[in-house]
Design a protein around this ligand. Structure first.
Ligand code: ATP
Length: 295
């Protein structure tokens, strides 16, 4: 368990042991196909996802998102979250297959009293064991479309004929409960989460050098558009590396922290430290988050 005093926390020896336990448990975990499907459907659909905020941003966007994407410069100021303020949204970003989902899952597993994911929405029918508001908010396609029109999603996409998306409201719900919301995003959602309200802290998950990538993923399995849980192949590593290069070349200015996902346990420790710093220590953020400009 993590200590959490006055909204701050710091990993202790016990936390590190919890990380060890989590890692061992997770290694031994044999995820059911359904659970894999649950985790994957959001991520796979995100590969073809859209960000709701981008097209709707006014020319002088107060969120400094669109303008920052197109400009090499952005005015920044030092910001420290007040203990009474909502936590910053923690977002994990990285090439598909690098381990973004694994890290997010482990972080929440380490201390679900502190970390939580936002409940996504979907237009697909619930399965027998699913409960609306727990796995997903199950809504009709019509309502989903309506929410898209009203810019209620941070990102959304279609997978196997159903829509999936994460709404600002779902993230807000977690933040309002006092927990730290952890979300994995696709690059095109960067503008949507970089807002005055969410103050997203973006952790980029980077693949390690080629040989280490191959070595560490020797016993691991990947889920692609066509296969659930098959061993990694050389082309997967090449795809991860190629995708990493593209993300880095286009989005590196938005990375608040970079984790090279080599050994999982090290990555978990690094992630905990980064998350604590994001919440409790001064960070550079866009000036417009602190002094929103009038439009
Ligand atoms: N550091 C690591 N060492 C060994 N295996 C890892 C490591 N990180 C992740 N994995 C494994 O790699 C596989 C892919 O990870 P994960 O599902 O988190 O990928 P992802 O980045 O979310 O991509 P996708 O979009 O395909 O879901 C999983 O089986 C995971 O357990």
């Amino acid at each position: 368990m993590l200590m959490c005093c006055n909204d701050s926390f710091s990993p202790t020896e016990e936390d590190m042991m919890a990380i060890d336990d989590t890692c061992v448990e997770a290694d031994e975990d044999d995820f059911s196909t359904d659970l894999v499907g649950f985790r994957r459907s959001m991520r796979l659909c995100r590969r073809r996802s859209h960000s709701a905020a981008h097209p709707s941003c006014p020319p002088r966007c107060p969120n400094s998102c669109c303008s920052a994407l197109g400009s090499p410069y952005e005015e920044v100021v030092r910001y420290q979250r007040h203990p009474q303020d909502a936590h910053r949204l923690i977002t994990l970003l990285g090439p598909s297959g690098v381990g973004v989902n694994e890290l997010r899952r482990r972080l929440i597993e380490i201390n679900p009293k502190i970390f939580q994911g936002a409940v996504p929405h979907t237009s697909r029918a619930p399965r027998e064991y699913e409960e609306s508001g727990r796995e997903y908010h199950f809504i009709s396609r019509e309502i989903f479309d309506n929410m898209i029109q009203n810019n209620r999603f941070l990102e959304y996409g279609e997978y196997k004929g159903s829509l999936y998306g994460t709404s600002v409201e779902s993230v807000r719900e977690v933040l309002n409960s006092g927990k730290i919301c952890v979300m994995d995003i696709e690059p095109n959602a960067v503008p949507a989460v970089r807002t005055h309200e969410l103050k997203a802290y973006i952790i980029y998950v980077k693949p390690p050098p080629h040989e280490r990538l191959k070595e560490t993923r020797r016993g691991a399995h990947i889920t692609t558009n066509y296969y659930v849980n098959r061993p990694f192949k050389d082309e997967d590593f090449q795809e991860i590396e190629e995708s990493a290069r593209k993300i880095e070349s286009q989005f590196c200015q938005f990375f608040d922290h970079v984790i090279v996902n080599d050994e999982l346990q090290d990555s978990c420790v690094q992630m905990l430290t980064a998350v604590r710093k994001a919440q409790d220590e001064p960070q550079w953020v866009p000036a417009s988050w602190i002094r929103p400009t009038s439009t």
